[in-house]
Ligand binder design. Structure first.
Ligand SMILES: Nc1ncnc2c1ncn2[C@@H]1O[C@H](COP(=O)(O)OP(=O)(O)OP(=O)(O)O)[C@@H](O)[C@H]1O
Length: 245
C-alpha cells in the first residue's frame, strides 16, 4: 500500500524550476532518507508531502488524498502526516507536558487526563519524563528536539517527515535524537521520510535512499545497493564527500 505518490510533479518558485519531473512512491511503513547537495530541492519535496508547499503541476497523492483537489482537507493531511523541523518550534510559554498534550486536546478532542497520560508515555519513549514540568528554555537543543518528536507522535500520525532534524544541534546532542528516531522507525506501521546528512542513520535505519540534485531525483535505490554501488556519478561524489567529511 502506498502512502505517498508523486506523478510527474513539477514545482516552480517564480521562474525557478525547483522540482523536475518527480516520480516517487513511498509505501506505508517504509523509512526513506533523502540526500543531496544544498539547494537540490529536498525540503521543497518534503514540504509538499503535507501541503506546506504546493506543487505547480503533476499529481500528488498522500494517504489516498489528492493534494491538488480543492476538496481535500489539508488540515487532515497535516494531522496524518506530521513534521519535525530543524528548529523545534516549541511553545516557549508552555511546559514540556503541555507542548506534547495540547494539540491532542484541541485537535483530536482528547480529554486532558488521557492526553497527559499519553504524553507522559511519549516523554518516556524520548527519555524526558523527568522534564515534563520544565519549559523549553530550560532544555538543551537535543532535548527540545526530542520533545518536538514526542509532540508529533502525540497526534498519532501515519507518517512523519523530518527536515534536517539534527543539523541545528551541537554534535554531542545528535546521537540521542537519532536514537529516538531509530525507535520511531522500529514501529513497523510508521512511514518516515527524513532529509539528513547523517549517513550512519541512513545506513542503519533507512529502507531506501533517494538522491536529489538540481531539483531532480537522480537515484532511488535500496540502502544496501546505494551504499555499495551508487549508480550515478554525482551520487557517488556526494557520498564520498560527506562520508570523508
Ligand atoms: N520560497 C521560495 N522562493 C523561491 N525560491 C525558493 C523558495 N524555497 C526554496 N527556494 C529555492 O529552491 C531551491 C531548492 O530549495 P530547497 O530548500 O528545497 O533545497 P534543499 O535541497 O532542501 O537545500 P538545503 O539542503 O540547503 O536545505 C533552492 O535554490 C532555493 O533557493
Amino acid at each position: 500500500m502506498s502512502m505517498i505518490e508523486f506523478h510527474d510533479v513539477e514545482k516552480y518558485y517564480g521562474d525557478f524550476h525547483a522540482l523536475k519531473d518527480i516520480n516517487l512512491t513511498i509505501d506505508k511503513g517504509e523509512v526513506v532518507v533523502i540526500i543531496g547537495p544544498s539547494g537540490s530541492g529536498k525540503s521543497t519535496l518534503l514540504r509538499s508531502m503535507n501541503g506546506l508547499n504546493t506543487i505547480s503541476s503533476g499529481k500528488l497523492i498522500v494517504n489516498n488524498f489528492d493534494l491538488a483537489d480543492k476538496k481535500t482537507d489539508i488540515n487532515k493531511i497535516r494531522r496524518e502526516v506530521g513534521m519535525v523541523f530543524q528548529h523545534f518550534n516549541l511553545y516557549a510559554n508552555k511546559t514540556v507536558l503541555q507542548n506534547v498534550s495540547l494539540a491532542p486536546q484541541l485537535v483530536l478532542k482528547e480529554d486532558k487526563a488521557q492526553s497527559e497520560k499519553e504524553a507522559m508515555e511519549l516523554l518516556k519513549l524520548v527519555g524526558l519524563e523527568d522534564k515534563a514540568q520544565s519549559y523549553p528554555s530550560m532544555l538543551s537543543g537535543g532535548q527540545e528536539q526530542r520533545v518536538a518528536i514526542a509532540r508529533s507522535l502525540a497526534m498519532k500520525p501515519q507518517a512523519l517527515l523530518f527536515d534536517e532534524p539534527t543539523s541545528a544541534l551541537d554534535p554531542e546532542m545528535i546521537g540521542d535524537v537519532l536514537d529516538v528516531m531509530k525507535k520511531v522507525a522500529a514501529d513497523d506501521g510508521m512511514t518516515m521520510i527524513v532529509v539528513t546528512h547523517e549517513m550512519g542513520f541512513a545506513k542503519e535505519v533507512a529502507d531506501r535512499l533517494v538522491f536529489m540534485a538540481d531539483g531532480e531525483i537522480l537515484e532511488d535505490d535500496d540502502t544496501k545497493s546505494f551504499f555499495a554501488h551508487p549508480k550515478e556519478e554525482r551520487a557517488r561524489q556526494f557520498l564520498s564527500k560527506i562520508i570523508n567529511h
